[in-house]
Design a protein around this ligand. Structure first.
Ligand code: ZN
Length: 138
């Protein structure tokens, strides 16, 4: 498997630092309190200042598809794979993408309760992924 390794930048570094410690943090606007992901230099709703706040890591599968012919050749080795849109419980419309690694396709459905699980890619990078929630009946 040779999927691309995310490269942190100035804006995303706190996100990756937290992920590396097994914590999921999401930007929140200090003015309007709206959360946003992926990270941006300011709040995309009101232009306010943002900082990173921990979230529960719980969410639900909002939508998903199975990718058989990736446009990005880097993913050709792992196709077919799942691409799922996860809506975090903290805010409607607050979404992250996940491949739901290890989850059989026939177990994936809209509304499935999931929780974050970090996939170690390198000593510096742990990728937030999601798996079916172990604590909640979905
Ligand atoms: Zn704002």
């Amino acid at each position: 498997m040779s999927t691309p390794i995310p490269v942190p930048n100035e804006v995303t570094q706190p996100f990756w630092d937290a992920a590396n410690e097994g914590r999921l943090v999401i930007q929140r606007c200090q003015a309007c309190l709206r959360r946003q992901h992926p990270p941006h230099v300011f709040c995309l709703s009101c232009g306010g200042e943002v900082d990173f706040q921990p979230v529960s890591g719980r969410g639900r599968v909002h939508a998903y598809s199975f990718v058989h012919e990736p446009r990005n050749q880097a993913f050709a080795d792992v196709a077919p794979y799942t691409l799922a849109v996860i809506e975090l419980e903290e805010q409607p419309g607050l979404i992250m993408l996940s491949n739901l690694p290890g989850v059989p396709q026939d177990q994936i459905r809209p509304g499935l309760a999931v929780e974050v699980a970090f996939e170690r890619l390198t000593p510096q990078i742990a990728l937030p992924q999601f798996r079916p929630s172990s604590s909640v009946e979905s």
